[in-house]
Design a protein around this ligand. Structure first.
Ligand SMILES: CC(C)(COP(=O)(O)OP(=O)(O)OC[C@H]1O[C@@H](n2cnc3c(N)ncnc32)[C@H](O)[C@@H]1OP(=O)(O)O)[C@@H](O)C(=O)NCCC(=O)NCCS
Length: 252
């Protein structure tokens, strides 16, 4: 972390994997952070992910010899949370509601059903093979998430089937300083896919975040053709494309 004279953090950076940098820095500190990365990473191929709107970082990367790589990327999609937010519609037998107190095991189970390691691996940039086992989202792990600020149970939405099983979910994170809402993650048990549940639970979550005070929502699906369905879903419910991530690479 880099701090200014008052002790405020003005940049942070970390190696997310060998040779892979993640950072947030004010424009004047970009060269300093990249110099730190150069030393910390050692003589391996170096990759940095930047938003295409971050002109200071991109200029700093180009000046340091990085080139844009033609790789999968994430697209930031945004949606105004105003009056034009349709009510969710569901097929007969399903209902959408907030997660209940004491329902952590069921909530973790619906996450596991939707998020198979195979799709999680395909989603990553660059994609990795995580095998075809079961997701590691155990009840205890979900409990930790649910106890982590700014988690709110009223923004943790689920779809319940007629037998009471949870079959889809959408978790919302509300930043009450910026009045911005992050939708992350959304998932549907594949045995109930393509019935409008993902769209409905997302809309319900957006309405709850609007009721909490949010004026803008953001969601960050893959933007390339390698993993296209979530972006289709979000566009279907009124999100529009904003910036995207770009991978920059420099040879060892
Ligand atoms: C993405 C996901 C949540 C979709 O759930 P779902 O309940 O099947 O989606 P819906 O039935 O609500 O579909 C809504 C829209 O999304 C798009 N869509 C959904 N599945 C699709 C598919 N297999 N192929 C193409 N478009 C699809 C369509 O536009 C669809 O509208 P339509 O049926 O009227 O054409 C689900 O596939 C999933 O859980 N995937 C794994 C986890 C994941 O990747 N989550 C999103 C991460 S950002």
């Amino acid at each position: 972390m880099w701090r200014d004279a008052d002790g405020e953090v003005v940049a942070w950076a970390g190696l997310i994997r060998p040779g892979g940098l993640e950072l947030h820095a004010s424009p004047s500190l970009v060269p300093t952070v990249l110099r730190w990365f150069d030393q910390a990473a050692g003589s391996v191929e170096q990759t940095v992910t930047a938003m295409d709107t971050d002109t200071a970082l991109i200029a700093g990367l180009r000046n340091s010899g990085y080139c844009e790589a033609d790789e999968p990327y994430f697209r930031h999609c945004v949606r105004d949370l105003d009056g034009d937010l349709p009510a969710p519609t569901l097929p007969d037998g399903y209902r959408v509601r907030a997660t209940r107190r004491g329902e952590v095991a069921e909530r973790a189970a619906v996450h596991r059903a939707a998020w198979r390691p195979k799709s999680l691996g395909r989603l990553q940039v660059p994609p990795v093979d995580l095998g075809d086992g079961e997701s590691g989202m155990a009840t205890e792990r979900y409990r930790v998430i649910a106890e982590t600020w700014p988690y709110r149970r009223d923004l943790d939405l689920v779809v319940e089937a007629s037998d009471g099983t949870l079959v889809a979910s959408a978790l919302g994170w509300y930043d009450d300083v910026n009045r911005a809402a992050l939708l992350e993650p959304v998932g549907t048990d594949p045995r109930h896919a393509r019935r409008g549940l993902g769209a409905a639970v997302s809309l319900a979550c957006l309405r709850s975040m609007r009721d909490a005070g949010a004026t803008l929502a953001v969601v960050c699906p893959r933007g390339d053709t390698g993993y296209p369905v979530p972006r289709e879903l979000y566009h279907r419910i009124g999100f529009r494309d904003a910036g995207r991530t770009v991978t920059y690479r420099r040879a060892a």
